[in-house]
Design a protein around this ligand. Sequence first.
Ligand code: WTA
Length: 660
Amino acid sequence: MSDAPDIYPPSQEFAARAHIGSMAEYEEMYARSVEDNEGFWREQAERIDWFEPFTTVKDVSYASDDVHIRWYTGGKTNACYNALDRHVDAGKGDKTAFIFEPDDPNTQEARHISYAEALRETKTMACVLTNHGVKKGDRVTIYMPMIPEAAYAMLACARIGAVFSVIFGGFSPEAIAGRIRDADSDFVITADQGRRGGKTIALKANVDAALQKTDADGPTVRHVLVVKNTGGNIQWHESRDVWLHDATPEAQTTEASGGCPCAHMDAEDPLFILYTSGSTGTPKGVVHTTGGYCVYTSMTHEYVFDLHEDDVFWCTADVGWITGHSYIVFGPLINGCTQVFFEGIPTFPDAGRFWDVVDKHGVTIFYTAPTAIRALMAQGDALVTRASRASLRLLGTVGEPINPEAWRWYHETVGDGRCPIVDTWWQTETGGIMLTPLPGAVPQKPGSATLPFFGIQPQVLEAASGEVLDGPTEGILVIADSWPSQARTVYGNHERFVNTYFTAYEGKYFTGDGCRRDEDGYYWITGRVDDVINVSGHRMGTAEVESALVLHEAVAEAAVVGIPHDIKGQSIYAYVSLGEGYTPNEDLRAELRQHVRTVIGPIATPEFLQFAIAGLPKTRSGKIMRRILRKIATNEHDALGDTSTLADAEVVDKLITGRR
Ligand code: WTA
């Protein structure tokens, strides 16, 4: 593809129908969004319904001695009301909200769920929650498969003002227990089992195992609300467990007598907590609030995906991640759109599944992750071309940098050269899309997330000095000012929030990503500059994997680095030094990899594990030299750089000989 173009302007046909149809229009609206930032966001707030108007648009300080972020203060609204009730009230109750596409298309039927039905189910679940003592401000833990009840659970919490904390269904009992403890949550919503790629996932059993741990050291979970999904065998704890279907009749009575109306939430009341990995310590509970989050997710969903009334949107993420929160549940529903809600995986029954589903449901906008694109690309074109994909008009990616080769395959083979691609850069902490082409306006370059969304002010800093760099350059990506869906704090630990994001460069939001800006002002994300690894678009902290490893009795010390991986983007390479009396062997290697899987979950499993027989390379002050470990792992031992600070140079030679 050496003669492939470097730049792909939107087609005239696409631009003609787009909300933003030219570069001039984008630039004009962008300039206004920055120059009159408050006026701009005041207007945009009208896209959601408010029970009471706000008094202040923006009240923000990034000063490290006083970080506070508030938007639309004084306003009262409700995220569930905006996602469901108002569409039904406006006569759109019959419109399809979700097209549920099940894991196994050969044994399960797809189902259309209208806005009215989604509202009914959500109200029932909300009444079940209130009937079991859940109140505004309580933290509810959600551990669910990708079935519509996962969305109802989130919306039901939003409806009554409970703060939900969704845990991805691939996480282990240990990880669930940690998050329940941190959020001090006493109510869990789960399902008997989940389905993924023809296998069943033991969700309820994982919750049971997690609660054994939390029962030992609190908080005591009062109830586990269980959705019957597969009907598989599970253990039952009479006093604690509640079947959703058993609680439904009483809930319907409550509802009939006017129970569970939408709580009038302050714009700044927390909507959810979502745990994400950082450089150090345990995952952080990032807190998002109500008003600004609804405004920003709905606005980005409309403009970035150039949403029209007749679109069928499909975001392939799981609701356990921020992408699922913002672009399956809140953004799309607030915009009243029809979307596919997918239970399965891209490679089941075979690797043509995505494109079959596109045809089956007439998907027009498709949003997925580079890791999936690369994995499907490796399976050959025939699985793509057996589907017509004629309905597609826009493609999107998120989660990690997309390599130009995968971008071009997505464009040419999946999109038949017809569909613009929006490469969207954002984070759990940003709540919504930050850098992206607007598909009808901004010419795309494969591998670049291009330009900022409205109201977003990116800057590139020189890493050491923090100096703001102009023009074409490379450095650290920061954001100079706030936007409505920015995370407000880390749950229960504002100091950690401040230290993580606002002390690296005074007065700026530190993203943790490196980036390059080219001669056209386009941004190219170069990856994390901290100790976060991105495996298949999932964030893992090196410290988390290391702590999991040292929990094992055989391990004295561990160091973990990320190395490039063709499909996953990055994979995990672990160095382990063993305690007295343990000898390295293949069984122990397998056991340690399995151990990480058990402690955190399958996504954290080290791809390679090397025994550091002579120990880990350290400075004389005892600091592990990761830079060197990274070079050894990627076979670049000729380029180890400065090794003069090493306490014991021989350690490095031993590691090089013992490389996996
Ligand atoms: C990376 C996912 C390059 C980045 C929404 C960021 C990306 C981290 C892109 C956040 C992209 C996300 N291009 N890198 N389009 N999108 N990233 O919190 O390193 O799971 O900091 O949010 O993913 O991951 P998170």
